[in-house]
Design a protein around this ligand. Structure first.
Ligand SMILES: NC(=O)c1ccc[n+]([C@@H]2O[C@H](COP(=O)([O-])OP(=O)(O)OC[C@H]3O[C@@H](n4cnc5c(N)ncnc54)[C@H](O)[C@@H]3O)[C@@H](O)[C@H]2O)c1
Length: 327
């Protein structure tokens, strides 16, 4: 078995590679004894935890070299396509968002059809395909993106469904809520604060939240997101309909609840927290307000995909991971 992960050096890609490698090391089932190919832009550093094992590392810019993309996916059993320009970055540079999220994705799907016909291809989509609404956004909700990022992800979803309908690939679309807690530095996602609000205070660093405390987000823990992607990849095609989009389970929480969870976990762990100031930024608020505040993941739950028990459990898990990394 050969599984290719694009964007494999990124936040979710590296975690998925680690998970698949761990399964491969202990595999009784040949399906799990897979080679994992981590593909990312030239120069993108792989986390040290990914060194060795069954891992292959391929440096490729998906927008630059169609021949290298063909080679990358040739003979793959599964391709997990996570490489993407993310939300605030896409808003700032719509042309690059189009090149990476649409054009390069289309080439990748075509390469899969030619060199790995019928293989499982899972792509990451986002809450941003839906418009902000007080109605819960579910798998039957019409996509009405109100951001460049959401528009490109909507097109990606259509491309995957079309390639699946034609029998070129066996597509799956993991529609992810905002994933937290992302370690390291803030990134160019408009939702970056949804990790910063936990990560910074718990590290004793002051943090500014750029949206009002009554704003609601749909969140998923990093472990649950990666486990959900892995589980969706394994679902038999017969259990999925012609529309391959699946909302991964998320928690609908206000910024106020996020701050409260951070304080509760910090108190339990005896952490001296950095301060948390709420200072709304109109540009970030506008992007976040265009995302759904209510979420329907019934299909994912029926398929047996995992869900987080609580916000505090997500934060506890993040702190446990940090202890392991620090050792
Ligand atoms: N993290 C979240 O909160 C979240 C929420 C919804 C959807 N998603 C989606 O999940 C996927 C993974 O997200 P992430 O948080 O791991 O992102 P990330 O930014 O950490 O990783 C993306 C990776 O893609 C790589 N990449 C970008 N352009 C490339 C190119 N042209 N060629 C090769 N590699 C390229 C980057 O170098 C990076 O390592 C993305 O598709 C994202 O849109 C993430």
């Amino acid at each position: 078995m050969r599984t290719v992960i694009t964007g494999g050096a990124g936040f979710l890609g590296a975690r998925l590679a680690t998970r698949l490698l761990a399964a491969a090391d202990t595999a009784d089932d040949p399906v799990d004894a897979r080679r994992v190919v981590v593909a990312d832009r030239p120069g993108a550093a792989l986390p040290p935890a990914l060194a060795g094992g069954h891992l292959d590392h391929v440096e490729v810019d998906l927008t630059a070299s169609p021949e290298e993309v063909e080679e990358l996916v040739a003979g793959a059993d599964a391709v997990v396509h996570l490489a993407s320009v993310v939300s605030a970055d896409a808003e700032a540079d719509p042309e690059r968002a189009w090149q990476v999220n649409v054009e390069a994705s289309r080439s990748l799907l075509a390469a899969c059809a030619r060199r790995a016909a019928g293989c499982r291809v899972l792509v990451a989509s986002s809450v941003a395909v839906f418009a902000g609404s007080h109605l819960a956004s579910g798998d039957e909700t019409k996509p009405r993106p109100r951001s460049t990022y959401g528009m490109t992800k909507t097109i990606l979803e259509l491309l995957v469904n079309e390639a699946t309908r034609r029998g070129a690939i066996d597509g799956r679309i993991a529609r992810l809520p905002t994933v937290t807690v992302r370690p390291g530095k803030p990134n160019l996602a408009a939702s970056s604060f949804a990790s910063g609000v936990f990560r910074e205070p718990l590290a004793g660093v002051d943090c500014v939240v750029p949206v009002a405390d009554d704003v609601t987000l749909v969140l998923i823990g990093a472990h649950t997101a990666v486990a959900g992607i892995d589980a969706l990849l394994r679902v038999p095609a017969a259990k999925l309909g012609p529309d391959r989009g699946v909302n991964l389970p998320g928690l609908c929480v206000t910024v106020e609840q996020m701050i409260a969870a951070c304080r509760a976990v910090g108190a339990r762990r005896g952490v001296r927290l950095g301060s948390i100031a709420v200072r709304p930024d109109a540009a970030i608020e506008a992007i976040v307000a265009s995302w759904p505040a209510r979420w329907d993941a019934r299909q994912a739950l029926a398929l047996g995909l995992p869900a987080d028990a609580s916000l505090e459990s997500i934060v506890e898990r993040y702190l446990d991971d940090q202890v392991l990394v620090d050792r």
